[in-house]
Design a protein. Structure first.
Length: 122
């Protein structure tokens, strides 16, 4: 590919444009109209030339940090929910097992005269 025509594209001059701008500044592909691309968003960058953007002013590392923190919070919350669910399941299982054992014991004492045989069956 020798040329790339992106005329008529609306440019959102936030962190999403950073990688594209880096590529356009270093590529050997001729980007048609690159020197005339203007920002449409955000309001404070509207009308600015994309080629004149300072990527460091976009605070993209802060956005990455915010995303990382959000992912950590979601991960920790999911882990806590999973642990609580496992504890509740374990308690329910333990209560059910205890209840079934009690019912089995009652059955054995009423059905058979010898409790020893019931204990061996269980």
């Amino acid at each position: 590919m020798d040329t790339l025509d992106l005329r008529g594209t609306e440019w959102s001059c936030d962190c999403s444009v950073a990688e594209v701008k880096k590529w356009m500044d270093t590529t050997e592909v001729q980007v048609v109209g690159y020197d005339k691309f203007t920002c449409s968003d955000p309001q404070n960058k509207r009308g600015s030339l994309v080629k004149d953007l300072n990527i460091d002013e976009l605070n993209c590392s802060q956005t990455l940090m915010e995303k990382t923190i959000i992912l950590i919070i979601i991960g920790c919350t999911s882990f806590v929910i999973l642990v609580v669910a496992a504890i509740i399941f374990w308690q329910h299982r333990w209560r059910l097992k205890k209840k079934l054992k009690k019912q089995h014991y009652r059955y054995c004492t009423t059905a058979f005269s010898k409790l020893v045989i019931c204990n061996l069956i269980w």
